[in-house]
Structures are given as C-alpha cells and as structure tokens.
Design a protein around this ligand. Structure first.
Ligand code: GLU
Length: 300
C-alpha cells in the first residue's frame, strides 16, 4: 500500500464470533482516535486460524460495524490472503539465524510459568517440524503508552524466545500483526490492554524487519464478574443491532468520555452517526481510565 498519512489507525478483529461489548469498545476507541485526528481508520480481519473461525463471522462483523456507523476506509485486509508476506518475513529472519524449531509440549511450556526457557535453542531440530521460535535478546524494550504511561519489558527475562509459526503450521499473531501494520502504513494503534505485554515483542520484530515504530494506546478491557475478558469463550452477549445508540453510549461511558461533563440529553436519541460525530469532536484519550480492566455490571 502506498497510502501515507499523518494518522492511520486500524481495528483488527479476530473473527472467532460476533462482536460483543468489549470489541465495540476497542473498535470505537480506535475509530474516535483516528477521526478526531482527521486520520484514516482501516479494518483488518485477523482470520489466521480457520478452525476457530465460524465461516459467517467475518461478514457478521462487517455488518455489525456498519449498523453502528463505524465505516472504515479502503478495502478490508484479510490476513488469510497474506500468508506469502508472512512467509517472506519469516524467511528473512531464518536467513539471519534468528529462528529455531521447538518441539516442547504444551505441558512442558506451562511448567515454565509463562517465560519460555529457550531450551530448544541449541538443539538444532529440523525447521520443518515443530513450532518456530525467534531468539530474543537480553534487552529492555521500552515505549510510552498514550494511556497507560511508560512501559518496559526485558524480552529474555520476561518473555523468552517466542513463536512465529505454530506447530500446526499457522503463522502466529505476533508476526502477522507486525507485517500487516507495516504493510498498511499504520501509525497509531489503539487496542485492549490484554495486548500491552505483546507490544515489546512487536517492537522487537519491527526493529529486526526495518519497520517504523508506532504510537500505542491500550484501553481497559471489559471483564465479567469473574474478571474474565468478555469473549465468545466466556459467553459474552453479541451486540444488539437494534440498539446501536444505547450500546455506543455505554461504550463512550466505559471510555470515560462523559466524565466531568454532562452528556448532552440529545445524545440518548441520536443516530449512531450523530453520536460518532459528537464522540470524535469531544474525544479525550486522557479521559480513558488508566486501568487494565473494568468489570461490567452483569446484564450490561
Ligand atoms: N486480533 C486481535 C484481537 O482480536 C487484535 C490485534 C491487535 O489489535 O493488535 O484481539
């Protein structure tokens, strides 16, 4: 893509099911941040894992975004169409000796407590089998998140060598997201705080692949009473296409956009488009709660 603008944002749902309130909040925050900066807002379908994606989910997501007035710029990018680009990026890293194969089982990895101990680094297994991991340096990656403030992570000590191609042959999210953010000339990422600790891995890959670094803002994630992220696995209710205004108002509230001001009473009866125009005109990213999660009242 040759489009260069000062601000290019994106929403990148994984089509594992219909959008729910948590996904609406992420879509809305990235949309308003882009529109308030007169930027572009692109849509990327992260459909890398067909076994977890009901065939109708992508189309359903597109029509839900339309019903909520969240119109994206340009064509939708489908990650399922981009496998060649991921293979090229992986080959580049392989040629530089940064990739190795790992046949550790899920149980072995779980026993390491969240930081891979790099035990397969020196085993020199055939790169045709197993998962492919990238060697990480003993180095701190730092960035300043627009909402959550300064962040840092030592990739070796806090993460370990991470997977770029899974054992089943599928490309990993970390690789695909970095390749596509660069391909789409993304400048600003606004997404859920569950991805905050993925960001240093993405900064590392951007650096290796010669891609520009980006601005990041991680919004709180909506959780249920048990503290679990709303998701299909946790039976989050799909968005109600008949009630876009009510749910957009709830999402604006969740994002702190009414704090310190009386919401205009007309907003309750506004159309989604009117609400989004209001939201972009009043968007204040610093009003977004600087929290990792916010519990939703049951029923909302
Ligand atoms: N596809 C990811 C998700 O649905 C989001 C990826 C991103 O925003 O970087 O959680």
């Amino acid at each position: 893509m040759s489009n260069k603008a000062d601000y290019i944002g994106r929403f990148a749902p994984s089509p594992s099911g219909p959008l729910h309130f948590g996904s609406l909040v992420a879509a809305l925050a990235s949309y308003l941040d882009a529109r308030s900066a007169q930027g572009l807002w692109l849509l990327r379908m992260e459909d890398l894992d067909p076994a977890r994606e009901p065939p109708e989910a992508s189309v359903q997501i597109l029509s839900t975004l339309e019903a909520f007035g969240l119109h994206w710029d340009g064509p939708v990018l489908y990650q399922s169409q981009r496998l060649g680009a991921y293979a090229d990026a992986l080959a580049n890293l392989q040629e530089r000796g940064l990739i190795y194969s790992c046949d550790c089982s899920r149980v072995q990895i779980q026993a390491m407590g969240g930081v891979y101990d790099n035990r397969c680094r020196l085993r020199q297994l055939q790169q045709t089998a197993g998962a492919l991991r990238i060697v990480v340096p003993d180095e701190i990656f730092e960035f300043v998140d627009t909402i959550q403030g300064p962040q840092q992570q030592n990739l070796l000590r806090e993460c370990g060598d991470f997977v770029l191609r899974r054992k089943d042959g599928l490309f990993a999210y970390q690789l695909a997201v970095v390749v596509d953010d660069a391909f789409q000339n993304i400048t600003h990422i606004v997404r859920g705080s569950d991805l905050l600790d993925s960001t240093p891995r993405q900064l590392y890959l951007q650096k290796l692949l010669g891609f520009p670094s980006l601005h990041y803002a991680h919004i709180p994630v909506a959780v249920n009473n048990e503290g679990q992220k709303l998701s299909k696995q946790h039976f989050a209710a799909p968005l109600d296409l008949q009630q876009p205004t009510t749910q957009l108002l709830a999402a604006l509230q969740f994002l702190g956009q009414f704090s310190g001001r009386h919401p205009d009473p007309h907003l309750a009866t506004a159309s989604p488009t009117e609400l989004l125009v209001w939201g972009a005109a009043h968007w204040d990213i610093q009003a977004v709660p600087k929290l990792a999660t916010i519990p939703l009242q049951s029923g909302s």
